[in-house]
Design a protein around this ligand. Structure first.
Ligand SMILES: Cc1cc2nc3c(=O)[nH]c(=O)nc-3n(C[C@H](O)[C@H](O)[C@H](O)COP(=O)(O)OP(=O)(O)OC[C@H]3O[C@@H](n4cnc5c(N)ncnc54)[C@H](O)[C@@H]3O)c2cc1C
Length: 301
């Protein structure tokens, strides 16, 4: 079987499936949004571990199992019943099958596919903001709130973002300023650009306002502009069909209690499946989908 995406969701599934004697191919493009951050926070037993190191440890622990990695992007898929069935190791025959096309033009066959491709974490369109991402610009206080305790913190975004994030981030930040972007009902100044003082990365974050004034902070929070990684969805006959908790745009993909999508043999997990974005949630949903796949292969799915 194939797992598309080797982040926490995909690798969690790979571990469970490998331990269930399944032959697993993880196909991963190696570009998770999380690599922009220096460490993973809020994930039990892995506090402060860099995201790359987390992956390295997982692959080390996958070594005893029949799990292998193909470093590539999957760019297409077509259904082909019976594809990918080599040896069963006790599994019943499943009536699904897929031929995946990789970005080098080669193909891979899989009887069952898990989509764990994550989502695209974009940055709001404001001059200078993207350059701060991961170091001075964060999206989630559960991931980086503890790291900003005692610092000068700003929340930047349109009115609904200010209304939602300022009361939330006040739990972590005593020195907190909201910077409005876009239309303002009260006619007050809005943020027009941000920059960082100095070249060594230690300087203040400077927020320039529409009245010509500047405010200095240490870090900013803004929600990510989440976007779907959905180039493959159409090929699988799927569509995004519910709203993500962090964006008004339809983003997630509905799965049942076993992580199964509406298409037989296609499962989904992690950010891509609309989980509230976190490593812990991705890991649990990858594990859940793996159990669902094992159920299918034991004739109970
Ligand atoms: C900057 C940042 C900091 C974060 N900090 C934290 C934190 O401290 N704590 C926390 O709990 N959460 C944090 N998160 C959220 C967390 O990283 C995600 O919720 C989690 O990684 C989701 O796991 P996933 O496996 O679903 O997707 P991802 O981790 O995004 O992995 C998906 C993988 O699939 C690959 N892929 C995508 N499309 C294809 C394709 N077509 N073919 C092959 N491969 C493909 C990608 O390259 C990637 O490697 C952070 C996120 C970001 C962006």
């Amino acid at each position: 079987m194939a797992i598309i995406g080797g982040g926490p969701a995909g690798l969690s599934a790979a571990l469970v499936l490998g331990r269930a004697r399944r032959s697993v191919l993880v196909i991963d493009a190696g570009r998770p949004g999380h690599f922009a951050a220096d460490a993973v926070h809020g994930f039990l037993g892995m506090e402060n571990v860099p995201p790359r190191e987390l992956r390295r440890r997982v692959w080390e622990q996958l070594e005893p199992f029949d799990v292998s990695l193909v470093q590539a992007g999957v760019v297409g898929s077509r259904p082909e019943a019976g594809a990918g069935i080599r040896e069963s190791r006790g599994a019943v025959a499943v009536d699904s099958g897929f031929v995946l096309t990789l970005d080098d033009g080669s193909t891979v066959e899989a009887a069952v596919v898990l989509l764990a491709t994550g989502v695209h974490y974009g940055v709001m369109d404001l001059p200078g903001l993207a350059a701060l991402w991961g170091e001075r610009l964060f999206h989630c206080p559960f991931c980086h709130g503890w790291e900003v305790v005692g610092k000068r913190v700003g929340v930047i975004g349109p009115q609904p973002v200010i209304d939602h994030m300022v009361p939330l981030i006040r739990l972590w930040a005593d020195d907190l300023t909201g910077f409005l972007v876009g239309p303002t009902a009260g006619g007050g100044p809005t943020a027009v650009s941000v920059s960082r003082d100095g070249d060594d990365g230690t300087g203040d974050v400077v927020v320039a306002l529409s009245d010509g004034s500047e405010v200095r902070v240490d870090v900013l929070f803004a929600p990510p502009a989440l976007g779907p990684v959905d180039a493959l969805l159409e090929d699988f006959g799927l569509h995004h069909d519910f709203e993500s908790p962090m964006t008004p745009e339809p983003l997630g993909l509905a799965v049942d209690a076993n992580g199964a999508t509406a298409v037989r043999g296609v499962y989904a997990a992690g950010d891509f499946a609309g989980e509230l974005p976190s490593v812990a949630n991705a890991v649990q949903s990858g594990s859940k989908a793996a159990v669902g796949i094992v159920r299918l292969l034991s004739g109970q799915g």
